[in-house]
Write a protein that binds this ligand. Sequence first.
Ligand code: 5GP
Length: 120
Amino acid sequence: MAYDESNIFAKILRGEIPCEKVYEDEYALAFPDIRPLAPVHLLVIPKGPYVSLDDLTANASAEFIGGFFRAVGEVARKVGVVENGYRILANNGADAHQEVMHFHVHIFAGRQLGGMLKKA
Ligand code: 5GP
């Protein structure tokens, strides 16, 4: 799937739609999810046109991929969720119900998060 520059996270990266910046570096931007599912629910997005983890890992440089995932860890440290624990999740494609076609990692924390995945 080709990257579509009109997706909502591309607009946030271009500053066309506001977000409450929690963390930013050359690889990533993090901000709260607009519909939080936990007391802490952040999104970390790469500063590059990647649709999914598949796209990122097939097409980005090792430096960029490393920089991005380092940023995910930095965000968790910055918001203070490491000690009690947190969950990261990235929906990729139709079966995972990916809604926004710009790769993103969710960070959930601040309560007991329950089992890993709902049974079908
Ligand atoms: P996914 O693609 O992994 O299913 O989830 C996309 C996530 O983006 C959803 O949790 C949704 O609440 C969030 N989201 C959608 N539009 C916006 C927006 O304009 N701003 C923010 N902060 N989050 C958004």
